[in-house]
Design a protein around this ligand. Structure first.
Ligand SMILES: Cc1cc2nc3c(=O)[nH]c(=O)nc-3n(C[C@H](O)[C@H](O)[C@H](O)COP(=O)(O)OP(=O)(O)OC[C@H]3O[C@@H](n4cnc5c(N)ncnc54)[C@H](O)[C@@H]3O)c2cc1C
Length: 276
């Protein structure tokens, strides 16, 4: 496979970078956070954008793996990703230690819109859907928009990064399917139980998680006439609109498909149809 040439990259600010890991933190035996020393991504990325990582220095696995930009420190020039080990690529990625340099393409994709008319925000995360929402929370707080997080997991062991939201002053509500923390049940049930108390007339809703969860949030919020932005984590290969592997159904008859990598990963729920 030909190496990717920086001059052929389609997006402004997009760069191929060699990024050094400067911190590694395990939350569970499968969930890890890596911090990279990389001022370009730290300064120029926006919440919702992602990077594509070559996880080994050989061609196995062949394809890069996409990860949301999880948190940035613009002043000190670093950014982080948070991910779960699920297969070959994430397994290889998790084995890199502090000091290793990885080949990273980014920042990719569009971003969450933060609008001045919304003075409150509801953040809804299912599992690793929490990853892009910390960076979003950082920017909301910076823009003086108050945020509340609803966060669902299978069990208390998988709940991570809540402390970082607390430090930003973002209130949170938890749900776990086994009842070991917060409400027993899914995050959608938690939102349903609290929405009238927390969602305000000018709240923007932001969500990331599995598609069935996002579809349920879309239905719930549309009934309340709320505008909702979701970040999708559809399987993808190239990451910038060439392979067209990451298609989702759109709600527009004239343009029936959207590509998560180049049209997204963030969409208004009015634009897409996530029904199975
Ligand atoms: C824009 C974007 C942002 C993402 N951000 C994050 C993030 O911040 N943190 C994180 O943990 N993950 C994130 N993901 C998902 C992550 O890219 C995949 O988990 C990773 O590519 C899996 O690689 P693997 O080689 O370990 O697994 P594979 O061996 O490729 O897959 C293992 C199994 O997981 C399934 N799988 C792989 N990727 C996905 C996916 N995206 N959705 C559903 N099932 C999948 C496969 O079908 C297979 O069954 C993101 C994906 C996208 C598209």
């Amino acid at each position: 496979m030909e190496p990717l040439l920086a001059s052929s990259l389609p997006q402004k600010d997009l760069k191929l970078l060699q990024c050094k890991i400067i911190h590694k933190e395990w939350f569970t035996p499968k969930i890890v956070r890596l911090r990279f020393d990389e001022p370009h991504i730290a300064k120029l990325s926006n919440p919702g954008q992602f990077i594509n990582i070559k996880v080994t220095d050989n061609y196995v696995p062949l394809l890069r793996r996409p990860f949301s930009i999880h948190r940035v420190d613009r002043e000190n020039g670093w950014f982080e990703i948070l991910f779960k080990v699920i297969g070959m690529g994430t397994q290889a990625l998790a084995q890199h230690e502090v000091g290793a340099r990885l080949d990273i393409l980014g920042p990719l994709g569009n971003s969450f819109k933060i609008l001045s008319q919304n003075d409150s925000a509801i953040l809804i995360a299912g599992g690793l859907g929490i990853a892009p929402l910390l960076f979003l929370a950082q920017e909301l707080v910076q823009s003086k928009i108050s945020a509340t997080l609803f966060y669902g997991n299978r069990s208390k062991d998988e709940v991570c990064t809540v402390k970082d939201f607390d430090e930003l002053g973002v209130a949170h509500f938890l749900a776990t399917e086994d009842g070991s923390a917060g409400l027993k049940g899914r995050v959608t049930e938690l939102v349903a139980a609290k929405k009238n108390m927390v969602v305000q007339s000018n709240s923007m809703i932001y969500a990331c998680g599995p598609n069935p969860m996002l579809q349920r949030i879309k239905e719930m919020m549309e009934k309340m006439n709320k505008v909702c932005q979701v970040s999708l984590e559809t399987l993808m290969a190239c990451g910038f609109g060439v392979c067209l592997g990451c298609v989702v159904n759109s709600t527009s008859a004239s343009n029936p498909y959207k590509y998560v990598c180049k049209d997204g990963p963030v969409f208004y729920t009015s634009e897409i149809d996530l029904r199975e």
